[in-house]
Design a protein around this ligand. Structure first.
Ligand code: BES
Ligand code: MN
Ligand code: MN
Length: 464
């Protein structure tokens, strides 16, 4: 390992320069205008995969954005086969005015690299690639069998990936899945994530009169779709943060008391948390801590709302239409299709009869819990400890990577979420960045990880 680690140390400067090229490609998956850039980005990943020595590197077209695949399978049948997953697509950049530097012109400041996709997820895909390079360049081989899949639709709900996985079960067959697309607990506090939330994303459209009206002539006699929408939204949750949709909590698995005990020991500083956000009070479901609320409890949030006049000055209008986007983060075992139906039924029940209400479901995905006792998890703990000099904590995160559940059910392979982001690196927001020390230590962790995984003997059912 010494040679490999010093290779990483002496090349970290050029790795960072190469990462900048990756970050310069505006691979915004949701924007039709960027479709060509997304493809260019797939080709960039394809070239890097070939360069580090992966074989059978291929781009698979889908109805929308391409999937890139590569593998190296010469470690032998008694060694585990891992499937590394990541995404090369990124979120839109708006509000663009709030970026200090242009989002696709990466800059380094205070040991951090700033650009859209820096931490979510290009920086983390790249560190996985470089850990492979470090092994290949120094040993001409990898300690375990590796398959690598990088998709371009994660930020729009991995719309074509599930079918791809079902259609390519043999190609993707593996013992474990490894994903670097989550965060650590804090700077210098390594952690491994063992749970992600699911998602059900909805839209409510409210229509009142057939055209905008003079609010003086009609106001008071005709219902206003914005008022009606506000009425609906106000009844989705009570004032203690509990969701009021009938049956919403039916499938929720509560945290065990041991799990809550472990959670309460995590070094979370609520005062700093509030200061960092400029808020006076936290808010959430009664009876749960902030950490539990943001990761292990389901929740509901309005993501956007529109209707009527919001320009400068005053316009006395009774609008014809209003709408809102509402998303629910689900916990493992809550099924998005079921929650979507419960949501629609409840909204229809509380909707005023004086307006027309339409509920649409946009996309969803299951949450996931990953086993803590698999040999691959133990190997991850050792690898992180070697790179960071501290034993990682175990945490759950509130974000969603729906494909993790798909890997677990279709490929029957447990996932290890080996993420290197920090909680305040602004993914999806202006000034997204990635700490370069974690980029460096992330490459080392993954290099150690390949080595630690090779100690698992698959002839023995993975029991060492
Ligand atoms: N990397 C994130 C998921 C994530 C966020 C994990 C925070 C842990 C902490 C991923 O790219 C993402 O943004 N997922 C979407 C999923 C959606 C588009 C289906 C999300 O969580 O909103
Ligand atoms: Mn991501
Ligand atoms: Mn994301």
């Amino acid at each position: 390992m010494d040679k490999i680690l010093s290779y990483i140390d002496s090349n970290i400067g050029s790795f960072t320069e190469q990462l900048k090229d990756f970050l310069r490609i505006p691979s915004i998956s949701t924007n039709p205008d960027n479709r060509g850039d997304v493809r260019k980005c797939a080709q960039y990943v394809e070239e890097r995969m070939k360069e580090v020595g992966l074989e059978n590197v291929m781009i698979f077209d889908t109805p929308l954005h391409p999937i890139v695949f590569g593998e190296w399978l010469h470690a032998g049948g008694d060694k585990p086969t891992i499937l590394i997953y990541g995404h090369y697509d990124v979120q839109p950049v708006d509000p663009i005015d709030l970026w200090t530097d242009p989002p696709f012109e990466p800059v380094i400041k205070d040991g951090k690299i700033f650009a859209r996709g820096a931490v979510d997820d290009k920086g983390q895909v790249f560190l996985q690639l470089k850990s492979i390079e470090a092994h290949m360049k120094n040993n001409g081989a990898l300690p375990v069998n590796v398959k690598f899949i990088v998709e371009g639709e994660e930020e729009i709900g991995s719309v074509n990936l599930e079918k791809f996985i079902i259609d390519h079960k043999d190609l993707l067959k593996c013992d474990y899945v490894v994903v670097s697309d989550t965060s650590m607990f804090g700077k210098g506090i390594p952690s491994i994530c063992y749970g992600l939330r699911g998602l059900a994303y909805m839209q409510i459209n409210v229509t009142g009169p057939n055209r905008d009206l003079h609010s003086g002539s009609y106001g008071g006699g005709v219902d206003n779709p914005i008022n009606a929408l506000a009425h609906i939204i106000s009844k989705l949750k009570d004032d203690k943060g509990k969701i009021l949709i009938d049956g919403f909590y039916d499938d929720v698995i509560d945290m065990t008391s041991e799990e809550r005990d472990e959670y309460s020991k995590l070094p979370f500083d609520e005062i700093k948390y509030k200061e960092g956000l400029d808020i006076d009070e936290v808010f959430g479901e009664e009876g749960y801590s902030t950490l539990e609320r943001v990761s292990a409890r389901p929740t509901l949030d309005c993501n956007g709302i529109w209707g009527g006049f919001s320009g400068e000055g005053a316009k006395t209008v009774l609008p014809s239409k209003a709408g809102a986007k509402v998303s629910m983060r689900l916990v493992p075992n809550q099924h998005p299709e079921k929650i979507e139906k419960l949501f629609e039924k409840y909204v229809m029940k509380i909707a005023p009869k004086s307006v027309k209400v339409e509920v649409k479901s946009l996309h969803g995905g299951m949450g996931a819990l990953t086993p803590l006792d698999s040999p691959a998890m133990k190997a991850a703990v050792s690898a992180m400890e070697m790179a960071y000099g501290a034993r990682p904590l175990f945490t759950r995160e509130g974000g969603s990577i729906p494909v993790v559940n798909v890997f677990q059910t279709i490929l029957n392979a447990p996932t290890i979420l080996l993420g290197f982001g920090l909680p305040d690196e602004n993914p999806h927001s202006p000034d997204e960045h990635f700490d370069l020390e974690n980029f460096h230590k992330g490459i080392k962790t993954c290099a150690h990880y390949l080595n630690e995984l090779s100690k698992i003997n698959m002839k023995n059912n993975g029991k060492n």
